[in-house]
Design a protein around this ligand. Sequence first.
Ligand code: ZN
Length: 138
Amino acid sequence: MNIDSIQNGVVIDHITAGLGMKLYKLLGLDTLDVSVALIKNVSSKKMGKKDIIKIDADIDVDFDVIGFVDPDATVNIIKEGKLVNKLSIDMPKTLVDVIKCKNPRCITSCEQELQHIFELTDRENKVYRCRYCETKAN
Ligand code: ZN
C-alpha cells in the first residue's frame, strides 16, 4: 500500500512516540482484514518524534480507545483522497471493555459476564481506575 495516497480511510497522527503499537493492539487493528500501516518514530517539528497509524479502509475507529491511550493524537478522516475531517480527541470519562482489571481479587476476575469498566479519576495524570476495586489501569 502506498501510505501517502489513502483514498478512503483514517489516519491517526501525532501519536506520542512509543504508543503507536499499544494503540494498534487496543484498536484491534491486527485482527482486521484491511491495509494498516504503523509508522514509528517519524520526525515531527512539533513533537520531536511521533508515531502514525494509517488505515486504508473506511472503518469506525473507537475514539474512547484513542483518548485513553493518547489524548494528544489527532484523527484525520480521508474520503476520495481528500481530508474531510480532522478531529481532536478527549479522554473518555469511562472505558468499557477496552482493558481488563489486573487485580486477581477483583470481582471482574470471577464474574465473567461483568463488563470491565474503568473511570477517569485524575485527568491531569491520566489515571483510570477499575470501577469495582479501584485498581489503577496501566
Ligand atoms: Zn478491578
